[in-house]
Design a protein around this ligand. Structure first.
Ligand code: VNL
Length: 391
């Protein structure tokens, strides 16, 4: 009894002296699991830089809690994602998870977020089914079907009759292939071939030869962020840039991080996506300028996913008054809307997916740099594969 009283008194004294363990009351840890090395390191770099910029601009204290950012490198390997995510939840007791550079990495983290009841912000990976793997997933990137159906509509309306597709052979590529074909053929177009290229160490040459032989009006392409330059190089080597086959793609291919190094062969490529560094708005100008200043680089769509992911975390904490209860935070995120550097966005309360504008863009030279210049806007597009769920 005496000992208990003594301990209680000691705790009060410590609290008065400001010595209460800060962990328990004042910190909210955010654990980002990202590919910081390996073939998809650019995705990790972009997201980390954007998250740090967000914190630098908005302060590191929200609703009385100090935000502590922990960045872990999963090298793009699902087993490593699983181990690091587990460590962040069990040992670091993070209040938020985030990152997830590729679809298999998001899948690896899903059961841990669910078990730990930790909100997990998918800032990059874009296979539609990801958010169905955990009720604690909220996505601030996009889905491939969301970007792709817009491209298919545009192609059908702009004189393209015969299409081929070429995609990386995994989740987002399969999503892109299917949404394009379904939408384009429903509009009366014809698909004359669907090509799937391995994700790891892809050699596009034999696949591109089949495109040369089939001579479609257009080729629709999805490869993940970072891989587009290699694709473009082989596209040109096969002479496809001068063959009359129009190149259409999702914006992953003309990723702003690498676009400028692709050279003039990329000029005229038409893509659909939710973000371009060249997007014209005051919010985006401020974002791009600050990002360039902090990182000496152009932000790509991964960066905007990281930036908006931090926004969701900050605003959710404000709404809960600093409570880090996972379910309360999730509720706070559902239905949230704001003006992102990409344009107006909302987290669909029913699906936990972004409702956002999808832009059609064309690669053009702007002040001596290659840019994705937006020329048409499809407003407030939902993930079409979940449209029935509404929200
Ligand atoms: C994914 C989708 C990855 C789109 C990407 O870049 C991308 C994915 C790394 O879901 O794995 O641009």
């Amino acid at each position: 009894m005496l000992r208990r009283q003594f301990l209680a008194a000691a705790a009060v004294a410590a609290a008065l002296a400001g010595g209460l363990p800060a962990q328990a009351q004042q910190v909210a840890k955010v654990g980002l699991v990202l590919p910081m090395t390996g073939p998809f390191a650019s995705t990790g770099r972009q997201i980390e830089a954007a998250a740090r910029l967000y914190i630098a601009q908005h302060g590191d204290t929200v609703a009385g809690r100090k935000i502590e950012l922990l960045v872990r490198d999963d090298t793009g390997t699902p087993d490593v994602t699983r181990r690091l995510t587990q460590e962040l939840v069990v040992n670091e007791k993070v209040s938020f998870l985030g990152g997830f550079g590729l679809t298999p990495l998001a899948y690896a983290a899903a059961p841990i977020a669910t078990q730990g009841k930790v909100p997990a912000i998918v800032m990059a990976a874009a296979t539609s089914a990801i958010t169905e793997q955990s009720p604690f997933f909220v996505r601030t990137s996009f889905t491939l079907p969301q970007a792709t159906v817009v491209m298919a509509d545009w192609a059908a309306k702009n004189g393209v009759k015969k299409m081929m597709s070429l995609v990386s052979d995994y989740g987002p590529g399969i999503d892109a292939e299917k949404s394009f074909k379904d939408r384009f053929t429903a509009a009366g177009g014809e698909s004359v071939g669907e090509l799937r290229v391995p994700l790891r160490n892809p050699d596009f040459a034999p696949f591109l030869q089949r495109v040369v032989d089939a001579k479609p009006d257009a080729l629709f392409v999805f490869v993940p962020s970072g891989v587009g330059a290699q694709f473009m190089k082989q596209f040109v080597e096969r002479g496809l840039d001068k063959s009359g086959v129009k190149l259409l793609a999702t914006g992953d291919v003309t990723d702003d991080d690498i676009l400028n190094d692709m050279g003039d062969a990329a000029l005229g490529v038409i893509t659909s996506h939710h973000y371009a560094a060249a997007h014209q708005s005051p919010e985006n100008k401020a974002f791009v300028d600050a990002f360039r200043k902090a990182s000496n680089a152009r932000p790509n769509f991964m960066a905007v996913g990281g930036w908006d992911g931090m926004h969701v975390i900050y605003e959710a904490l404000k709404k809960t008054g600093g409570s880090t209860d996972g379910t309360a935070l999730l509720d706070a995120m559902k239905g949230m809307s704001w003006t992102s550097p990409r344009g107006p966005v909302q987290i669909d309360a029913a699906t936990r997916e972004m409702v956002q504008n999808i832009y059609i863009r064309k690669v053009e030279k702007v002040e001596d740099e290659l840019h994705n210049v937006e020329f048409a806007t499809f407003e407030a597009v939902k993930d079409p594969t979940k449209a029935a769920k509404g929200g």
